[in-house]
Design a protein around this ligand. Structure first.
Ligand code: 13P
Length: 287
């Protein structure tokens, strides 16, 4: 069931668990995430970066595919189709394409400009029934060619952006996209606690969910994180399983080259990763 992300995140915050946001990269990915959410009776967010949207043939293709699949597979758990790290133009494009939720990442703008653009998009999104995520304090690492420095958000800025009425807020707390380097200092729980204090009931978002130790994930949830974004771990699991299949020469046996067979181990690996995350985040049975 396609919905915006507002209610599922309010419930998650009140229930002290987090909803997984899993980035999708193609049709198989979408199917794996939807089927796992249904099997575990968990709400879920399909994350679509601008690069992935372009890769899949445009935002409308993605929105229409996800909606049709949701219907055909008889998915009854709440599912949001959410733009990940949207630009100002990308946010409008996804509203038009039929997404149920958007993120406007204005973290690279001076704070006043971030606030103005977030305010405008919040107004438009809410008028049309979409939920909206804002960002303060860049997330580190690289995603779709955008390199962030991983600074911690200023809790006062978080308070001001929260007051605009956004539905979720990504605040940098030392988290980074992609693999964490060996010398990573860990999440700044001090920053998270300050942000939570100033933003009250607003669901907070943890980006860069791949590779964060379980105890840190649990602590982050206890401090108000209600949405956790995961991309890299699913990609690595898919690649590893596919490599194993090919290295074992399975594609050369019988009709092992059939994409439905060739991509099956990778799809199973994505499902297993999504399942493990949903169990860790506590969203199982919460649909
Ligand atoms: P990872 O790729 O590190 O899991 O991060 C995903 C993410 O935060 C998408 O916005």
């Amino acid at each position: 069931m396609i919905v915006n992300a507002k209610e599922m995140l309010i419930k998650a915050k009140a229930g002290h668990y987090a909803v997984g946001h899993f980035n999708i990269n193609n049709l198989e990915w979408t199917k794996c995430v939807l089927l796992t959410a249904q099997e575990l009776n968990s709400p879920v967010i399909l994350g679509v970066s601008e690069g992935a949207g372009k890769y899949m043939g445009g935002f409308k293709t993605v929105a229409d595919m996800a909606k049709a699949m949701d219907e055909s597979l008889k998915i009854t758990v709440p599912v949001a189709i959410h733009l990940d790290h949207g630009t100002y133009e990308g946010a409008y494009a996804c509203i038009k394409a039929g997404f149920s939720s958007i993120m406007f990442d204005g973290s690279h703008y001076p704070i006043q400009e971030n606030l103005e653009k977030t305010r405008e998009l919040t107004h438009v999104a809410h008028a049309l029934g979409l939920s909206i995520e804002a960002e303060v304090g860049a997330i580190g690492g690289e995603e779709d060619g955008v390199i962030g420095m991983g600074e911690c958000a200023d809790p006062e800025e978080c308070k001001v952006i929260a007051e605009l009425g956004v539905d979720m807020l990504a605040a940098g707390i030392g988290n980074i996209h992609g693999k964490y380097p060996a010398n990573w200092k860990g999440l700044s729980f001090e920053t998270l606690a300050e942000v939570q204090k100033r933003t009250g009931e607003l669901p907070l978002v943890l980006h860069g969910g791949s590779g964060i130790p379980e105890d840190m994930i649990k602590k982050a949830i206890s401090l108000g994180v209600s949405k956790i974004n995961v991309n890299t771990e699913c990609q690595i699991a898919f690649a590893e399983a596919t490599r194993k299949y090919i290295e074992a020469g399975k594609d050369l046996e019988g009709k092992g080259f059939d994409p439905r067979k060739l991509l099956a181990p990778g799809a199973d690996a994505i499902k297993a990763t999504v399942k493990a995350k949903m169990e860790l985040f506590g969203s199982v049975g919460k649909a």
